[in-house]
Design a binder for this molecule. Structure first.
Ligand code: T5A
Length: 213
């Protein structure tokens, strides 16, 4: 039996997932735990290639189902090569996005049927679901404003999904909230509109309540 703890961060664009993954990792390490920070898409060589292929827009012609299959294939490798071994070693694994993102982006917002999304999750993830999912919830306009300010500062261009219309982002938010409501045993909704330090405190309280680090 793996003795580590698997935590995922989910939410729409600009919710603060990367920031909070980093802050939680620092806090857990300060408490004496071994922590692995990882992300999706990414986390493995195959995952990073899939990331580049999809976020650059090159996979757009495959449609949302094709993208869902690519994300799921990369997720399978991520679990086998990175996440499961770290959990076996007793580490805390913090993952910036996971399978709820496929349900939201390719399913609810992209139009892939829920039965197909569930089938992909069954095959790629199976019983390797996170023990805790922190849904960072922020109104769409606020999240997109953070992203455009960040991109503006670094002169980055919007990626494949950041540039989608408002309706797409509203569908994502509704889906993430619905998943959290349907999976209370693993999900906690965090108000991510607060200042970074207040969000970090809420994240820590959730982790203490559920997992007693
Ligand atoms: N995707 C992914 C799918 O479609 N299907 C899938 O199955 C998977 C796994 C990944 C994209 O791939 C899609 C979803 C995504 O579109 P990405 O580059 O990894 O793309 O980007 P995202 O995960 O979307 O991350 P974001 O760029 O949206 O940002 P984060 O990580 O949510 O936020 P963060 O921490 O980078 O912060 C953004 C900005 O806001 C500031 C930060 O300093 C930063 O400038 N900020 C705050 N400002 C004010 N108050 C706060 N509380 C703040 N917290 C952060």
């Amino acid at each position: 039996m793996a003795s580590g703890k698997f935590i995922t961060f989910e939410g729409g664009e600009g919710a603060g997932k990367s920031t909070q993954t980093r802050l939680l990792a620092e806090r857990l390490r300060a408490a004496g735990h071994k922590v692995l920070e990882t992300r999706e898409p990414g986390g493995t060589e195959r995952g990073e290639k899939v990331r580049e292929f999809i976020l650059s827009g090159k996979a757009r012609n495959y449609g949302p189902l094709g993208e869902a299959v690519l994300f799921s294939s990369a997720r399978d490798a991520h679990i086998q090569e990175v996440i499961a071994p770290a959990l076996e070693r007793g580490e805390w694994v913090l993952c910036d996005r996971f399978s709820d993102s496929t349900a939201a982006y390719q399913g609810a917002a992209g139009g892939v049927k829920p039965s197909l999304i569930r089938a992909l999750e069954r095959v790629a993830v199976g019983s390797d679901m996170p023990v805790l999912t922190l849904l960072l919830d922020v109104p769409v306009e606020a999240g997109l404003k953070r992203v455009s300010e960040r991109n503006g500062a670094g002169e980055e261009e919007a990626d494949r999904f950041e540039g989608m219309e408002q309706r797409f982002h509203e569908a994502l938010r509704d889906c993430f909230l619905q998943i959290a409501a349907e999976t209370p045993e693993r999900s906690i909704i965090i108000d991510a509109q607060q200042a970074e330090s207040a969000v970090a405190e809420a994240v820590w309280e959730a982790v203490v309540e559920r997992l007693n680090p």
